[in-house]
Write a protein that binds this ligand. Structure first.
Ligand code: CP
Length: 312
């Protein structure tokens, strides 16, 4: 694997899921692979799970890991030909090449603005690192995608499924803040790689990017969508059409025990209790969120392993 910024960077999704499940059973098996190699993690935004699980994944492979909160470094310019006489002290052209000398893989978290759709869709931060860095790039969540999360979610579904072709529903939830579409985008893309009966449910006006959902059934009636579900992935996202806006905080879309039925509850975390989902769901044995978070380590580890094998 040359990079991991989108799910389509994986050659064979079923194979990588099975390999990740094997790695989980014996996480230090490939400890020699990353010896004398360094992962550099650049955070433009906050994180709990991604930061710790990706570092753990690197260390399980024998790598060293270095973290830079980019807000502590120089403000980066991304425009080609910019006259840098304002607040940007360093150009990405130098920064990416300099960082590439200190690490063998660069992992980046860079959220969207949620105000400038064109800029967000250009993925200007992660793409400028892909352009100017001289080492492989891994996305730890970009403006439009969270592929490490989606891989962890797929591993979790594979571990928990009790039938060959489970029904999986992505269900929008209310939230007081405008959140990115990265997690649902990658989840939808990942579900198309799995043998699942998949649909999305959300209020009207919360359509995701139609390019991403073009082959996905969208059911506006949540109760109908949730019928006989085996897995319910609950997530808020802000409007794509009215870009970045919170159009509804309708509490009727919150996940409850009654609506969940017998399904497993999934969420990428962090989650707002009693806004997105009722306590009783999160505290029940139907909640898969802790297992999902644990699988973040193995999704990162299998991706880093594939990239390290390609570096040789
Ligand atoms: N799910 C996830 O990416 O968690 P963090 O934002 O805490 O890294």
């Amino acid at each position: 694997m040359k990079k991991y910024t989108n799910i389509n960077d994986i050659d064979n999704v079923s194979e990588i899921i099975q390999e990740a499940i094997q790695l989980k059973k014996d996480p230090f098996k490939f400890e020699a692979l990353g010896k004398c190699k360094t992962l550099i993690m650049l955070f433009f935004n906050s994180s709990l799970r991604t930061r710790l699980s990706t570092e753990k994944a690197a260390k399980n492979l024998g790598m060293q890991a270095m973290v830079l909160n980019v807000t502590d470094a120089w403000n980066l310019e991304h425009e080609d030909g910019a006259v840098m006489n304002l607040d940007k002290a360093e150009h990405i052209k130098e920064a990416a090449r300099v960082i590439s000398q200190y690490g063998d893989i660069i992992a980046i978290r860079a959220f969207p603005t949620l105000t400038d759709k064109a800029k967000d869709e250009s993925e200007h931060i992660i793409n400028s690192f892909i352009k100017y860095a001289t080492v492989p790039i891994v996305s730890m969540e970009s403006a439009t995608a969270h592929p490490l999360q989606a891989l962890a979610d797929a591993i979790t579904i594979e571990e928990l499924k009790t039938k060959k072709r489970p029904k999986v529903v992505l269900s929008w939830a209310p939230h007081p803040k405008a959140l990115p579409q990265a997690v649902p985008n990658s989840f939808v893309t990942m579900m198309h790689e799995l043998d699942v009966d998949f649909c999305v449910t959300h209020p009207k006006e919360y359509e995701l990017n139609p390019e991403i959902t073009k082959d996905t059934p969208i059911i506006y009636n949540q109760e109908k969508a949730l019928k006989d579900a085996d897995f319910v992935y609950v997530k808020n996202w802000s409007s794509y059409k009215n870009y970045g806006q919170v159009l509804s905080e309708d509490t009727n879309w919150m996940m409850t025990k009654e609506k969940l039925g017998k399904a497993k509850f999934m969420h990428c975390l962090p989650v707002r209790r009693n806004v997105v989902v009722k306590d009783v769901v999160l505290d029940s044995n139907q909640s898969a969120v802790i297992q999902e978070a644990n699988n973040r380590t193995y999704s990162a580890q299998i991706v880093l392993k594939k990239i390290l094998e390609d570096l040789k």
